[in-house]
Design a protein. Structure first.
Length: 159
């Protein structure tokens, strides 16, 4: 399982062989803090879009820069390990930037997947992937489920 968690450099090298053999590489990214059914369905749907699913995981510093101050709940290594344990996830790489553009450029995925709640013109890396012959896919989200809602529910019940 831990062998599925790679640095960006190692992941680029690892993907060379499947890429040369014509396997389609799918990329998605997110914080994946407090993994829930919405995440699991989303990742399974993303995996269906190609042959290998790579998940770019926002580092703790990256999450702090884009979410509320008390996030993430779980540290990056734990979040990465949980993602790597999923059968539909082939590789996980952790990135420090607030957005995944550098990772997308480095990996050159064939398919870029984001949630249906993202307008296509706001999907970071969509233009790059499309310009290089890839596809951008928006996967429907599970209504009324999110990490923020789970945290709010816990606060309501226990605080």
């Amino acid at each position: 399982m831990l062998s599925k968690i790679l640095t960006l450099g190692d992941l680029r090298k690892t993907l060379e062989v499947p890429r040369k053999s014509g396997r389609r590489i799918v990329f998605t990214n997110g914080c994946f803090d407090l993994l829930h059914v919405g995440h699991v369905r989303y990742l399974a749907a993303a995996r269906e879009e190609g042959d290998l699913l790579v998940v770019g995981l926002n580092s703790d510093a990256s999450v702090k820069s884009i979410k509320e101050k008390n996030r993430p709940i779980l540290p990056e290594r734990q979040r990465a390990e949980v993602l790597a344990a999923l059968r539909c996830v082939d590789y996980v790489t952790i990135f420090d930037q607030p957005d995944p553009l550098a990772v997308i450029r480095a990996l050159r995925p064939d398919v870029l997947v984001k949630g249906g709640d993202w307008p296509e013109d706001r999907i970071i890396g969509a233009e790059f992937v499309s310009r290089n012959g890839g596809r951008v896919v928006r996967v429907p989200v599970v209504p009324d489920i999110s990490t923020s809602r789970i945290i709010q529910r816990i606060r309501e019940l226990y605080c």
